[in-house]
Design a binder for this molecule. Structure first.
Ligand code: ARG
Length: 433
């Protein structure tokens, strides 16, 4: 039989119950530990303002701790007929302790309860994401140093353009991840504010000590205005989605480059056979499926902000049930991205980079700018004249490249500035704690 916290003497229709609960019984499992954490802070606070006695608190806290332990052991379940994690925890307490279990909900609502759970959940998810990004960042920086002097073509319009290096290529993705980390930090700071006390929509007439729960839950500060706290459901998700989409865009971009450079027409990089996949008909194939799946997943993840925008467009201020559906969108997303980051890191650990790519005559014209610059630097020729001279040689088929590459400025082939980039990343990471 269905049991609702809000049961007031009639049985709701089963069809309505199933439809409105949706995927919550499954998805809320990921919120369970945070729900208990939130309840522990809430009841400590209730005792401090005289809404629970010390004895009641001493009964409730160990019972909640038992539930927390059962969650960590993987034994906790949201029973059929129970709407969500918030209801399950309250029912378990009441079943065990009787009336005292029914007291914990004073001064709060499932609306601010789920908000607290989500903020604590996203805070942890963002920490895991930051850690996975940091690992890939470290890998890319190490590869950038290892292959620092290996030259490769840079392209514009997908036409060969100028000499570049694997030091720059790997290093570019590392530095771009620092920009993405800025968004992870921004989302983290938005999530790191305490909404508890916002109750159903506009606070409570109990004298709730919101500073105390902020401190107990380790939030940086309260989300002060109770209505702003409610508006943060949706806003927090959008910030997280922006961070996820940013990382996904970097990783998807990298995956595209890898598939291109691995293509036999390029042949710049390779992976050991066992990390490639085959074809059922073409016996020679060694395909980059891992990076294709990464690319596809990352492209999908970039639609998250859009999905949330459409889901929450023009919602009125205050709780609406539509908000529940954001869990369906957001919960699988961070784990999926982290899996892609970990796969990319695993693959890159085994990447093989070809030497002397630019010795191939097909890349001769890549040195034209170097030769123009040499005429300017060594012979004092005005740039436009040097450009024309080399241009005419190319046109007449008489151009012969000197093949010397001397880039020394900050962030260039000769000075990819990896330590400075590492310092940027370290500064951001120490703020996500
Ligand atoms: N499962 C709900 C959600 O995620 C919890 C809050 C329910 N509140 C309500 N008024 N029905 O939004």
């Amino acid at each position: 039989m269905a049991q609702q916290l809000w049961n007031k003497g009639f049985e709701p229709d089963q069809l309505i119950e199933n439809f409105t609960v949706g995927q919550d019984r499954e998805l809320d499992m990921r919120l369970a530990r945070y729900d208990v954490q939130g309840s522990m802070a809430h009841i400590r606070m209730l005792e401090s303002i005289g809404l629970l006695t010390r004895e009641e608190l001493d009964q409730l806290l160990p019972a909640l701790q038992d539930i927390a332990d059962s969650i960590e052991r993987g034994e906790f379940r949201i029973e059929d007929g129970v709407e969500d994690v918030h209801s399950q925890v309250e029912f378990m307490l009441t079943a065990r302790l009787g009336d005292v279990g029914k007291k914990i909900h004073s001064g709060r609502s499932r609306n601010d309860q789920v908000l607290v759970d989500l903020k604590l959940f996203f805070r942890d998810e963002l920490k895991h994401l930051a850690e996975a990004v940091r690992k890939l960042f470290d890998r890319l920086q190490a590869l950038s140093e290892e292959h620092r002097d290996k030259l490769m073509p840079a392209y514009t319009h997908l036409q060969v353009a100028m000499p570049s290096s694997f030091g720059l290529w790997f290093g570019a993705y590392a530095e771009t991840l620092t920009d993405d980390m800025q968004l992870i930090l921004a989302a983290y700071e938005i999530a790191n504010q305490n909404p508890l006390g916002a109750a159903a929509c506009a606070g409570s007439s109990f004298p709730l000590d919101r500073e105390m729960t902020t401190e107990l839950l380790g939030f940086a500060r309260p989300h002060y205005n109770v209505m702003a706290a409610h508006m943060s459901r949706g806003k927090t998700e959008r910030a997280v989605a922006a961070a996820v989409a940013a990382v996904a865009s970097t990783l998807g971009h990298l995956a595209m480059d890898v598939t291109l450079y691995m293509c036999s027409n390029f042949g710049f990089i390779k992976f050991p056979d066992e990390l490639t996949t085959g074809s059922s008909i073409m016996p020679h194939k060694k395909n980059p499926d891992v990076f294709e799946i990464i690319r596809g997943k990352c492209n999908r993840l970039q639609s998250l902000p859009n999905e949330l925008t459409i889901l929450t467009a023009n919602l009125p201020l205050g709780y609406q049930r539509d908000l529940q559906l954001m869990k369906d969108i957001m919960f699988p997303a961070t784990s999926q991205l982290i899996e892609c980051l970990e796969m990319a890191d695993f693959m890159l650990q085994h990447i093989q980079v070809k030497d002397n790519i630019l010795d191939d005559p097909r890349y001769d014209y890549i040195f034209t700018v170097e030769d123009v610059n040499r005429l300017v630097l060594e012979e004092g020729m005005p740039f436009r004249d040097a450009y024309r001279k080399v241009g005419l040689e190319v046109q007449n088929g008489t151009y012969r490249p000197t093949r010397s590459v001397k880039h020394t400025h900050l962030g260039s082939i000769g000075n990819p500035a990896n330590p400075q980039i590492a310092a940027k990343m370290a500064d951001l990471l120490q703020r996500i704690k």
